[in-house]
Design a protein around this ligand. Sequence first.
Ligand code: ASP
Ligand code: MG
Length: 861
Amino acid sequence: MDAPSWLVLKFGGTSVATPERWRTIATVAQRYVADGYRPVLVCSALSGISDQLENLVQEAAAGASPDATLAAVRAQHAALADGVGVSPDGLDALWATLEARVETIAAQGAATPADRAAVLGMGELLSTRLGEAILAAHDVPATWIDARQHLRAADAPHLPPARRYGSATCSVYPDPVTQQHLAQTTDAVCITQGFIASNALGETVLLGRGGSDTSAAYFAALLDAERLEIWTDVPGLFTTNPHDVPAARLLKQLSYDEAQELATMGGSILHPRCLAPVRQYDIPLHVRSTNAPAIDGTVISPDVPDTGPQVKALSAKTGITAIRMDTLGMWQEVGFLADVFAVFKHHGLSVDLVATSEANVTVTLDPMANALDPEVIDRLVHDLGAYCTARVVRGCGVVSLVGRHIRALLHELGPALEVFDEQQIYMVSQAASDLNFSFVVDEEQAPRLVHKLHDILFAARTPDATFGPTWSELVADEAPAPAAEAWWHARRDDLLALAADATPTYVYDEATLRARAADLQSLAAVDRVFYAIKANPHPAVLRTLADAGLSFECVSPGEVERVQTALPDHPARGILFQPNFAAPDEYRRAFARGVRVTLDNVQPLAEHPALFAGQEIFARIDPGAGRGHHRHVRTAGAQSKFGMVPDDLSALRRAADAAGTRITGLHVHVGSGITEPSTWAELARFLASLADAFPHVETLNVGGGLGVPRAPGAPGLDLAALDEQLTAFKREHPHLALWMEPGRFLVAEAGVLLARVTQTKTKGPVHYVGLDAGMHTLLRPALYGSYHPIVNLSRLDAPAAHTVQVVGPICESGDVLGRSRRLPDTAPGDVLLISTVGAYGASMSLPYNLRPAAREALLTP
Ligand code: ASP
Ligand code: MG
């Protein structure tokens, strides 16, 4: 008998979470069996389960009741079983094992790394037992294999237990024993677990979070498989993360080293450890999607031709910690690097990027490879003190250009690198392999930089052997239009009627404004919501939001006047004036109008005490310096012109006392587009920790920045979770009122821009659609590289036919509203609709080129 042709197929968490995806898995497996292959399915836990199990470990160890989490884990499996119509009884033994382990942890009052590994490993055991039953129900009988019998962790006694149990590695080679064992199974298909292996004691160990890819690669090597296929929720590797940049192109083929670089530098689709085993045995790796099984995806193989110097992708990693080590002189010193790196080794920390100079060595620590416990970092810094002055820079991002022979491209990259102009760059690193060029910047800058660089490097590309279609093309072709539920579908006739009167026109939907306001008003923990009117100060918008019960935040006297003119009856105390670098007279006028004032610098108060005498004010704090515990802390706080640093607070107190001014509130605002729901509770805790020094403080304003989904399919903000976190804070601090001041969140989705097509043009491979709206109407795409969906409202049901650049009439080559967009046949006179432009659309428009401003209209229900 010939040796079987093995195919290893890995299915990730989202791919095993729904009945529909399992139908795809069954179909794929069946097809490969029919083609004469022996498929081995390596599965992750159902999506979200590993995180839940992690919570379970923590709850049990902390003496909290794990019951709710256990019930949620059970319910998710029961729901999947129910959706397919199979019995979940096959999981009973596993539930018993899980509960017993959780009880042990609770009894110990602590979880050892072995306990954690045993609990987390249950996710994959559960998903594969259930998968076995689901496949049987689809007439694809599969034999369940225990991965721990075949994957043995390499001995690593020098590593700390958390690493040995939590992030183990195996050394694998084509193994006749495994091959024989699997060849003898009765079914053509085998199903086994990702993520888990066993150690010499027979205990369960984990291969690191996201480690199922690595399991699959190990199995491919053990079986000397013909191919490894990693099935995930995006159809391949892209030029950058397509959820952030929909113009990202599919990378059709990559060499192992390019793929390795991409995985390592933050393209979160493949686990960095999964490439070595397949590369060692020349096994091709395909990345594909259960969401879109018809797309070929990315092929990583030894046969990829060298295309010469080329940037193939951009990546961004955030949550990076950099350590800067200054010394009085490395010059002619012997062994300095050896000494400091020994300290990192001693603390079990793996170093990622390194840059050295005469007096400074800077390194980054990758959180993926390190458990970055603040105490470990403190001890590291302490021990480094013997050799140098070490400083920790948290909240860094790494933006990397990945590709071949990057050094040979540097002269061409010049213009692209201008995007780093004015950025605080902590370090630049060029890989010795010549496969990447990386910049360490503030993490909140990383997305903007990636957007701009992607535009410059890839927007004009056309498909070839390496670069495939863009994500928007693939999404438009594969999935129903993601904007299908947007409000404007139902109002198409009204919108076309408005466009018939005049274009360009911004239209704001009153019902959507009210819905977003209601979302925020429903946050139980938030006492008052101030709408930041800079996002959209249109009088009708202000009236709608005032009617919904909101107050207003203004940053200039003009904005205060706008609110008072549009809403003559609105109480002055419902207006918050929060300027930055304002002249003293602006404060005088604000107090005269009776509005609330936030001060973000001590100087005006210290130098003009009479102005502030007898007033109550808020103080805006910049969390960017001084308090190292905070996630948003950057030493670059100093680079931001807003707020005062905690070190200024004693001066503030003295100035306030001298002027007879009461500080009744503290304020902080850290950025925009934030989707991490814990942010505001963390900020509240930060402010509360400062409030003790101010006896009159009764209110904390935790700012805005609530994220709106950036592009179709991108994740939004979980408001319920946000409220839960703030509620927990309020339980600890019942005497403090909480305020928020969102802008974009309230109005972005309510606004669309209607523009008329003026001309179309084709130059070589590039098609242009020109509009009577441009960067003067909507500046965000040119300024930030922001993405706004665009449809042809006149031909809404026509199929997409072309990939076009949507441009305006302004004499600037940056006057592009949308790149690589899919539109139907489009002709002059058609009305295009640009959505999610209710915030910073009209309010940021410019008189440049002396073209008139767009009209604005409110659409009532
Ligand atoms: N379930 C594991 C995790 O979420 C492993 C994986 O899915 O790759 O980390
Ligand atoms: Mg993964």
